[in-house]
Design a protein around this ligand. Sequence first.
Ligand SMILES: [Zn+2]
Length: 223
Amino acid sequence: MKSERIAIVSDFDGTITLRDVGHHFFEKYIPDRKAHRDLLEKWKIGLISSRECLEKEIAWVQAGIPDLDSFIENERLDPFFKDFVDFCNRRKFELMILSDGLDYYIDSILMRYGYGFIDFKSNHLVTDGDRIAGVEFPWYLPELCDMCANCKKAHVDKLRGEGYFTVYVGNGYSDRCPSKHADMVFAKTDLLDHCQREKIDCIPFRNFRDVEREMMSRFYLSD
Ligand SMILES: [Zn+2]
């Protein structure tokens, strides 16, 4: 397999971060826990879209920006992500983050770790001073996918159209769409179950060291 023009596209919540940041934030700050659980159940079985789910969560959350700031201070990255970023830079691989979560915490966490240079595409949290004021969906394309808010398959297809061999890394529901479109898929937890059920070719992984090692061997790279 040739090693040039490779784009690695990674999910953020629970893939680059150890926890699903958005999910845990809403879980902590939405007072009606039962309503929130019911909402997530409906989303998981496809009764409502990610966009509807996120709009409700934003409407229900009882927290301000200072709460969000202090919440994300505790979030940690996969301990091997730093080495993986170095690996991509050394090899001149494109690295892009695609998220169906919110730009505010992705940007903040990436900046804190010194990864402000990594390109990411996500939904947009609207703020008004210290207030969480709403959510916008700059990448919403209902004609392509009416279940995701920021459907990652469109971004993967664009990269493939530009001639990239696409490597997708993910763990959750929003990674289902791109997993059918990427050239190579690394999957863990819910995405791994999904790929195995749907017979989508994938490579199981636990952390970014596994991804790096597998890429080294599959692309015949040497140290
Ligand atoms: Zn989709």
